[in-house]
Write a protein that binds this ligand. Structure first.
Ligand code: SF4
Ligand code: SF4
Ligand code: FES
Length: 325
């Protein structure tokens, strides 16, 4: 075991642990945001730079600081390392700049985006974003395309984190999509718009940190904060069958995998569970799911409204509000 100090908290971790993993062992506010690293996807990380931290002392043997901020998701800790995240103004300024950079080409789509309310970029912009843009250039624009029956790609919203590419590569038999071109022209695309057609392809929707990949069977049906997330399970031959069912009254509006406090799936689920089982009788409902992540769906802002919002789900009645957390 080796010792590392992060924002003045010292812990012991196993050799080979990255700085980001070490912060997650401590938990709370000192955990840097991670838009591209995903603990269950080998090779992910190093793309978005949101997780930058300052290494104030490299190790007990060599206490010199590292000359530049480093990506915490891909930098292993050394014995005696001293790391600053929230305690470094340089890191906080860099994070602000990175959010500004991520938003240079991002559309102002939140009011019509299915990801709103559970979007990493939305949360990050809320915390570190600035109101005005300094960019004068036109945003890049792409047509919205269907990738098969169940997935919609809004390339305008993509931050090129590569998570969906790693997911398709590591979970499915044949990957038919990837990042084409380079630099400003880079885009997620399928080879001659091939359909992503295999049992676990729907997981690209859950790993996408923004609303670039959305579920066509749920599109525009409701804002997520009007729904009640419930843990549910069924016998499934392809996956564990453990999901979150997003319900309005007795009706299931969408099925996703169960996500942890960092927005990562506990387990990947199959397309049959995700897209085909929307009947209440398909599932054993276990009870309300506690949303641990910091987001609008866990903030209860909407529960305090006295008057109902003008934007209502299509039918049914809202269930008991205090169960939604
Ligand atoms: S991806 Fe996130 S930030 Fe972008 S429009 Fe959708 S909710 Fe808003
Ligand atoms: S589509 Fe989503 S998951 Fe894929 S690279 Fe873009 S932002 Fe990442
Ligand atoms: S999470 Fe580390 S660079 Fe994206």
């Amino acid at each position: 075991m080796i010792k590392v100090t992060i924002d003045n908290i010292t812990i012991e971790v196993a050799e080979g642990t990255t700085i980001l993993e070490a912060t997650r062992k401590i938990g709370g506010k000192i955990v840097p945001p991670a838009m591209c690293w995903y603990s269950k996807l080998k090779g992910s990380g190093g793309k978005c730079r949101t997780c930058l931290v300052r290494v104030a002392e490299s190790s007990a043997k060599d206490p010199r600081p590292m000359p530049k901020l480093v990506a915490s998701c891909s930098t292993p800790v050394q014995d005696g390392m001293v790391v600053q995240n929230t305690t470094s103004q340089e890191v906080l300024d860099a994070r602000k700049a990175i959010v500004e950079f991520l938003l240079i080409n991002h559309p102002l789509d939140c009011p019509v985006c299915d990801q709103a309310g559970e979007c990493d970029l939305q949360d990050l912009s809320f915390e570190h974003g600035v109101v005005e843009t300094r960019s004068e250039e036109d945003r890049r624009e792409f047509p919205v395309i269907d990738i098969g029956d169940s997935i919609k790609l809004h390339m305008n919203r993509c931050i090129l984190c590569y998570r969906c590419v790693f997911t398709a590569d590591q979970l499915t038999d044949k990957r038919v999509h990837g990042v084409l071109y380079r630099g400003d022209a880079a885009e997620i695309s399928t080879y001659i718009q091939n359909v992503i057609d295999n049992d676990f392809s729907g997981n690209v929707i859950d790993v996408c940190p923004v609303g670039a990949l959305t579920d066509r069977t749920f599109r525009f049906r409701s804002r997520v904060w009007f729904l009640e997330p419930m843990d549910a399970h069924r016998e499934c031959r392809k996956c564990s069958g453990k999901v979150t069912a997003w319900m309005f009254g007795n009706e299931i509006y969408r099925i996703t995998g169960r996500k942890d406090q960092y927005g990562e799936l506990e387990e990947f689920i199959c397309n049959e569970c995700r897209f085909e089982k929307k009947d209440r009788n398909d599932w054993v409902i276990e009870g309300p799911r506690k949303i641990k992540r910091q987001s609008v769906i866990s903030a209860n802002h909407y529960e305090k409204l006295i008057k109902p919002s003008v934007i209502q789900p299509i039918e049914g009645k809202m269930g008991k509000k205090e169960e939604k957390t």
